[in-house]
Write a protein that binds this ligand. Structure first.
Ligand code: ZN
Length: 507
């Protein structure tokens, strides 16, 4: 039975000091891991993150308001208290150490969404962004991701907040309710303390209106109420908007098209803003996503949506248009870079014109366009990545637990078709090398292969939720155990992979 006496004694004698370069963990003789950077003090009570047998705890030294507020058991003859990483303790830590609570950032600084499906990637993400002119949105999950991983928003927040505590990261981080569509989900996310809402308007965007014949378009346009038509016609016809050194004009046809495609979505954005964002009682980073559409967002359409929002009193943090080309999961940009750059300039200038940030979704691994994004947004952007930290986890598994990697790879391969119901990818499994022909040493090479990357990328939910005949997880437990054992390697892998994103973005 371990006593935490030695660690508590070191805490009270001032051994763990924020100022020393104590980035690496420290182990006592019993094998308990201490994260020195976490050490924080409130009115004489010290608090530090420890890990024992793969489970993390908060260890408080000394009694007082902080220790009283935490649930847990007293240890070491009541000299300390060992506290689980529960939601109640997260809320207490948020209260006593506000840097551990998510916050909004507004539009003045670049931000990067680093959604963590596993709940263990945030310490590595923090090490990537620390000291840079960019802030991380550590908690960022869509409802789809929650369903596929069996997690909820409290767990997502707990993981992010405790990671900020563990790393002693005081520069702030955000929490994004990503791609939310339903009002109930928006309310839930805000009630839990999320600081960013990404409103997904794909259900209100009428893609079909984009492909109508002139006659059909006229017919549908005439079916709108006269008031609505009049409002838009007065606002847009015979007007010229100067943006990005060029002029935007709307013809009767292009105006009718934009109204039919985006009119309902704009009404919904305004409704959500007025109902949930404006009166939230705190700052919320409100992002509008119009990226889940069939066709790229024309710059004129982007401008139209923004102009409507701003003229009706809505202020936003960022907007995510759908760019030309393809932003597929886990691989580089596919498409015409020249055309992308031309449109990006326009989109970035529109965002600048209104004062919000351009948001780039599915931003993992888009190395060939990052320098353009950094340049044309003049460093003021929001980039969303997700899932790429799961691939880095698989790289660690491939390198350190080849047996488990082989089982997961084979399972992903045989269940790939199911995953394509949720994610659109171009992966061709016929091009993925047969497992039997690959030696253990070469397994990490799969993570350099686009087809294998995509196969693994989209099957995360299937792999993590796979059960054997007795209902026990097939891979999940061993997967987490391995990543815990190779915690430093995982951090290094994230640092190098996400670090490359930031380098190319100019951060
Ligand atoms: Zn998106």
């Amino acid at each position: 039975m371990t006593d935490y006496g030695l660690i508590i004694a070191k805490m009270t004698s001032g051994h763990f000091n924020q100022d020393t370069d104590s980035s690496n963990e420290w182990r006592d003789e019993s094998g308990t891991v201490v994260y020195p950077r976490s050490y924080s003090v409130h009115e004489g009570t010290g608090l530090i993150m420890v890990k024992r047998d793969g489970t993390r705890y908060l260890l408080a030294a000394g009694m007082g308001a902080l220790a009283d507020a935490l649930e847990g058991e007293t240890v070491s003859d009541s000299a300390g208290k060992l506290c689980p990483l529960s939601t109640a303790n997260r809320l207490a830590v948020n209260r006593f150490f506000p840097y551990t609570a998510p916050r909004a950032f507004g539009t003045g600084i670049a931000t990067i969404g680093l959604g963590d499906r596993l709940g263990i990637a945030s310490p590595g993400h923090i090490r990537v962004v620390r000291g840079k002119e960019i802030r991380p949105i550590l908690a960022q999950q869509s409802i789809r991701e929650l369903n596929l991983t069996g997690r909820d928003y409290n767990e997502v927040l707990n993981a992010a907040c405790f990671a900020a505590f563990q790393e002693g990261y005081r520069d702030g981080f955000g929490a994004d309710g990503d791609h939310l569509k339903a009002e109930a989900d928006i309310r839930m996310a805000l009630d839990l303390g999320f600081t960013m809402i990404t409103l997904d308007c794909s259900e209100q965007i009428d893609n079909q209106a984009a492909g109508l014949s002139a006659a059909e378009l006229q017919e549908r346009y005439k079916a709108l109420s006269p008031e609505i038509r009049k409002y838009y016609e007065n606002a847009y016809l015979n007007k010229t908007y100067a943006v990005a050194g060029t002029e935007i004009r709307y013809s009767e046809t292009s105006l009718a098209q934009n109204i039919l495609i985006y009119g309902k979505a704009i009404d919904y954005m305004i409704h959500v803003y007025q109902t949930y964002i404006r009166g939230a009682g705190r700052e919320i980073d409100f992002e509008i996503s119009i990226d889940e559409t069939l066709t790229p967002t024309a710059p004129e359409s982007h401008f139209f949506v923004a102009q409507e929002l701003y003229s009706r009193g809505v202020k936003i943090f960022s907007m995510a248009p759908r760019f030309c080309g393809e932003f597929q999961k886990g691989i580089d940009y596919i498409g015409d870079i020249g055309q992308f750059e031309d449109e990006l300039k326009f989109h970035a200038a529109i965002a600048d014109h209104f004062g919000y940030k351009l948001s780039v979704h599915s931003g993992s691994d888009k190395f060939s366009v990052f320098p353009l994004v950094g340049t044309h947004t003049r460093g003021r952007f929001h980039l969303k990545t997700a899932g790429t930290n799961w691939l880095e986890a698989m790289r660690v598994i491939a390198a350190h637990n080849p047996g488990l990697y082989r089982k997961m790879h084979a399972h992903a391969r045989s269940h790939f078709a199911e995953a394509t119901a949720y994610y659109h990818v171009k992966a061709d499994l016929d091009r993925v090398k047969d497992l039997d022909s690959v030696s253990d040493k070469e397994l990490p090479e799969y993570l350099r292969d686009d087809d294998a990357r995509q196969m693994l990328h989209i099957t995360y939910g299937i792999l993590l939720q796979a059960k054997d005949g007795n209902g026990k997880p097939l891979f999940k437990d061993e997967f987490y155990r391995t990543l815990d054992e190779y915690e430093q390697e995982y951090m290094e892998a994230l640092k190098s992979h996400i670090g490359k994103h930031l380098d190319l973005l100019g951060k």
